[in-house]
Ligand binder design. Sequence first.
Ligand SMILES: Nc1ncnc2c1ncn2[C@@H]1O[C@H](COP(=O)(O)OP(=O)(O)OP(=O)(O)O)[C@@H](O)[C@H]1O
Ligand SMILES: [Mg+2]
Length: 363
Amino acid sequence: MRPYIVALFNQKGGISKTTTSTNLAVCLAAFGKTVLVVDLDSQGDSTKSLGIDSKIREGVFDLFINNVPVESVIRSTPYDGVWVLPSTYSLAGIEVKLSELQNSQRTLNAILANANLDCDYVVIDCPPALGILPINALAAAHAVIIPVTATPYANDGLLRTLPSIKYVQEGLNKSLLLQGVLFTIHDRNKTARRISDLIRSRLGGTVYRSQIPRDNMVIEAATAGLPVCIYAPRSAAAQAHLDFTEEFLNRHASIVAKAGETIAPHPAHDVALDRLLRWRGEIASAAGPATNAAGLRQQKSQLDRLLYGDRPLIERWHLGIIHFFIDNRLSLAMFLLLVLAGVIALLGASLEGLRRLSDIVGL
Ligand SMILES: Nc1ncnc2c1ncn2[C@@H]1O[C@H](COP(=O)(O)OP(=O)(O)OP(=O)(O)O)[C@@H](O)[C@H]1O
Ligand SMILES: [Mg+2]
C-alpha cells in the first residue's frame, strides 16, 4: 500500500513546523506506525532532531539534482519505525538549480512514487515561505497540516498559506486535502484565546481539538537535539503531541473510510507513552545523563569557532576569559568579591604601615 503523505506547511516561519513534524513522526511510531520524515529545509533542524549527523554527505538535494536513489540517502533513526530523508547544507541552493529544470514542481512526487516505500506515513517538514520545495511537498502530498501560533500575526500567515494550498489544489494536485489546522506554542492569555476563537469560528472543524501549549521543555529538548516527546515524554507539550497524533490518526481513518478502506487500529495512549519512555531510557543510557549540558556545550563551541576562529591567539584568550565570566556569573561575583577583599586588605595594611611610620617619625 502507498504511504499516506502529509506536508507540514505554513509560509510563516518559527511556528513549530519542524517541532510538529518530528514529534508527529516519533508519536506515530510510538503508536506502532512506520514513518519516513522528509526534511525539505536547508536548516536541517528535523534531521538533527532525529539524531542524524548534520555533516552527512548525501541528502534531499542529491535526490532532486543528482538522481541518487532514495535507498542510498535514507537514514534510520534511534526510534524503531522512523526513517529520514535528511537535509544537507547544499539544499539552500536548490531553488536556482530546480528553476532550470522542466516539470520541477513534481520532482518530489516522482521520487516518492518511484521509491517503492515500505512505510505507513511520509511526513514532510517544509521550509518557511513559498518556494519550489514547499510546492513540491504540496504536489506530492495527500494532505497538508497548517501549524499556527495564535499571535496577532497568525492571520497573516494563514492568509498567505491558504491561497498557496488552493493554487496547488487547482492545478498540480487536485486531490490535496487540508487535513487540519493545529494551534502550536499556545499561550493561555486573552489575546491568544481571542485569536484562536476567531480562527476556530471561521475554519470550524478543520482546526484540531488538541493544541500544543508553550512549554519550556520543547526548548530544552531542542538544545539536547531531541524531540520533546523523547526528551520529556510526560511534559505538557509531549502529552499534547500524543493527543494530536491520535486525532490525526482518527481523522485519517475517517478519510479512508469514505473510500471504503480501513487503516490498522492503533494501541491506546498509555501504550504509546510507554514506548516513548522506553526510547527515552535508551537514549539517556546511550548519551549519559548530561545530554542537555553536552548539547549546550557543543553549540557554544560551534558558535565561538564561527565568530572568533580566525582571530589571533591572544585575542581568543582574552575573549575566552570574558566569555568564561559571562557564562559563569557566580564565578564573576566571587572574583569581584576577592578583588574587593584584596583592595580592603591592601588599604588596611597601608594605613597600618602609615600609622607605624608616623609613630616612628614621632608625628
Ligand atoms: N510548544 C512549544 N513551546 C515552546 N517553544 C516551542 C514550542 N514549539 C516550538 N517551539 C520553539 O519555537 C522555535 C521554532 O520552532 P520550529 O523550529 O519548530 O518552527 P518552524 O516553523 O519549523 O521554523 P522555521 O520556519 O524556521 O522552519 C524553536 O526554538 C522551538 O524550540
Ligand atoms: Mg522548520
